[in-house]
Design a protein around this ligand. Sequence first.
Ligand code: SF4
Length: 391
Amino acid sequence: MDPETVNADLVAISSLTSGISRAYEIGDILRKRGITCVIGGAHVTALPDEALEHFDAVIMGEGEGPWKDFLKDFENNCIQKKYYGPMNVSLDSLGAPDRNMIHRNYQYASINTSRGCPYSCSYCYLTVFNERKYRVIPHETVLDDLETLRDESIIIVTDENFIGYTKKDIEDRKILLRKMIDRNFLFLWGCQTTVSLADEPELMDLMYKAGCRAVFVGFESTSTEDLAEVGKKHNIGINYKEIVNTLHNHKIAVIASCILGLDNQKNGYHKQLIKDLKEIKADFIRVFLMTAWPGTPLYNELNKSGRLINEWDKVRKDIPSIKFKNYTHNEIINARKEVMDSFFNKRNLLKVMLRWVFIERSLITTFLKISFRNRISERIKNNRALTYSNE
Ligand code: SF4
């Protein structure tokens, strides 16, 4: 959409923090042209007054409910400035998304089967929303959506935590998985989940049978003090090596996600992290720099102590956007590169492939693809981080 030429009565935009400056530019142009514009998302939920300098109205919280209210007011020519929807509405009437609206450049097709997470990790953008109740999308909606993705080879399930948080949630997931197995989908898929998955043998087996081959687990750190620092209580006292071993026994690979730059991490911690991640036999890793999204407890704390760099374009997990306690910006960029390089190199890739070649061959081509794409994207991210670095 070109805001200079778009022919519309109303334009609605959703944006993350890293894209918010461009969203505001678009809002300014649209307003000058007399087009009503409205914005939603986590950033403007945290900072609605900032957004109202560029937009006519802000949708805060979960969008579906307030969006309907907004449209009614728009038709009646009486829009308010702020609309709010708690993160607890039923997803029962949610239809499958119109996939024609999704940009073709995404590397993988993605799908949602649930929303919400009751935890409160201090850095997580979800904490911006007041209620974060876990809810599932009706199975038939999910299955209809999956039917449209039948020809895909890999799908990413983007739920905060596919398995949910209670025994009831787990039973619901088992029913969904059995229905997926009945449909005989051929694609492989991965999802985000918590360490609790390793306590559920039947669930792991069903996930495997339904095509799940890898899970992304937020380990965040291998130090108990770090986990306490960010409020990741459900990981404290967990033996990651046992978790990974159990998942491997159920033929599910593990992508371990970690954060660098916590106050508790001394300069040089990343070398220990490399050792720990190899020891626990993570198959792949994602390493993020500590990032403070507006409205999160971490943001509020760092704001008070003057450690934020409030340049929104830089607030992304691969660019330093806060003053770290024990790393300079260049040091932390190089530390992140060192950890990523220690996994994404030919020797390690060969080791991971040998781990799986006699157990689950379907993972080999996926590993090669991920590794190839990762090498390219990491080079881009690293150059961007060095260019944007503030020190
Ligand atoms: S467990 Fe994950 S989704 Fe839930 S609050 Fe923590 S980081 Fe966010």
